[in-house]
Design a protein around this ligand. Structure first.
Ligand code: SF4
Length: 385
């Protein structure tokens, strides 16, 4: 394979990775025909600052010595492997960037020769990109299991975002997915290091004078864990290591792996986990506010914020003209921007009907059952919409 074919091949295998940045278009095709050009290698993705870019998401190598039960790259699986040398990948990506095909890159790798050696290769690649090719665009670097603290620090100096995939919520659950990954020492500790380094070093020492953000990924349903377990660790990470975001990838069986006969997890579970994680991170909800079932899972067919409001706000609706932001954002249909818009509009005039709320970006139909406007219930006005 030449370099472009290698890149096509490795990028096409990355669709199983849910972490990184939210995709704005459909997944890239898994197979490429010779006529397809390099544009098929990237996809539109949204960065933490809201900007949308063409992102190349790829592996430096699909060779791996570990044997995670769910993974297509696991050692011993009959699978064509491909590997880039750091300077080879950096040169190729630099050309893609200069020609406008790719505006950013998310770089991960299978593990070969240990986590430290593999991390060194990722760091070398990033270093060549930044120094030799003067690449100043978006770079997301994966931290390998077993990487050392100095390597984490170096990654933070080169990347806009670093990530460690926890995969499961705790040691016991991880053993069912990845028997040779060590939850505390190999996965959780590097996330803690990132935060320790942020707290001990000034921001000017890092890429573009800013601390990189941190994300992680879980294989939702892969170890029969509950949503409560996943959200408990997510909440802890939010509070203790300033996690930017947890990604949830609904388990899907891969042929010729030990979990190939395990049923796929309903993608709706992924959606509910995201909703609940945003409530914990941004909306002032606590774990005990979330509507867990007796099995400690979120109901699949109810929005968790709506379920909370049904229990807590139907009898005690919130007065929209007096409530503080922390209460406004508890109302279904009112997001963070909508709450700010309400506070701004209220400085000029009282809000008197649902149409004025709708103009502020609120999903008024959803919010109506849970609010008062000057003491009046608004649900009766739904027919106006
Ligand atoms: S270490 Fe990563 S690439 Fe290797 S088998 Fe496990 S999940 Fe797959």
């Amino acid at each position: 394979m030449n370099s472009v074919d290698t890149l096509k091949y490795l990028s096409s295998q990355m669709d199983f990775e849910a972490d990184g940045e939210p995709r704005l278009d459909s997944p890239a095709p898994v197979c490429f025909t010779p006529k397809e050009d390099a544009h098929t290698l990237t996809h539109r993705a949204q960065l933490p600052n809201g900007k949308s870019i063409l992102l190349l998401k790829t592996l430096l190598s699909s060779a791996c010595e570990r044997d995670c039960f769910y993974c297509p790259f696991r050692a011993g699986r009959d699978f064509r492997r491909a590997t880039f040398k750091p300077d080879e990948f950096a040169g190729l990506f630099s050309k893609m960037h200069q020609s406008g095909i790719a505006e950013g890159v998310f770089l991960s790798s299978g593990i070969a020769g240990g986590g430290i050696r593999t991390q060194d290769k990722l760091l070398d690649t990033a270093d060549i990109l930044r120094k030799k090719y003067q690449y100043r665009g978006y770079l997301h670097l994966k931290i390998m299991p077993g990487a050392e603290k100095d390597q984490v620090y170096r990654a933070m100096q080169l990347a806009d975002r670093v990530s460690v995939n926890l995969e499961a919520p705790n040691t016991e659950r991880l053993a069912r997915l990845a028997p040779h990954k060590i939850f505390i020492e190999e996965l959780l500790r590097p996330l803690k290091w990132v935060e320790e380094i942020r707290r001990s070093e000034p921001s000017y020492k890092f890429w573009n004078g800013r601390y990189p953000s941190t994300v992680t990924q879980f294989v939702a349903g892969g170890s029969d864990e509950s949503d409560l377990e996943l959200l408990t660790i997510t909440n802890w990470l939010n509070k203790n290591v300033r996690l930017k975001r947890a990604y949830f990838s609904a388990f899907h069986p891969v042929r010729n792996t030990p979990l190939e006969n395990k049923p796929a997890v309903d993608p709706m579970r992924e959606h509910r986990l995201y909703q609940a994680s945003f409530l914990l991170r941004d909306y002032g909800f606590d774990l005990e506010d979330l509507p867990f079932t007796n099995e400690s899972n979120l109901p699949l067919y109810t929005d968790p914020k709506q379920a909370w409001a049904q229990i807590n706000l139907v009898e005690k609706p919130i007065e929209i003209n007096k409530a503080e932001k922390r209460d406004l954002i508890k109302i279904p249909g009112i997001g963070l921007k909508g709450a700010d818009a309400i506070l701004n509009a209220r400085r000029m005039n009282k809000l008197r009907d649902l149409s004025s709320l709708k103009k502020l970006g609120v999903v008024a139909e959803r919010a109506a059952p849970y609010l008062l406007m000057d003491g009046r219930k608004m649900a009766a006005q739904l027919s106006l919409f």
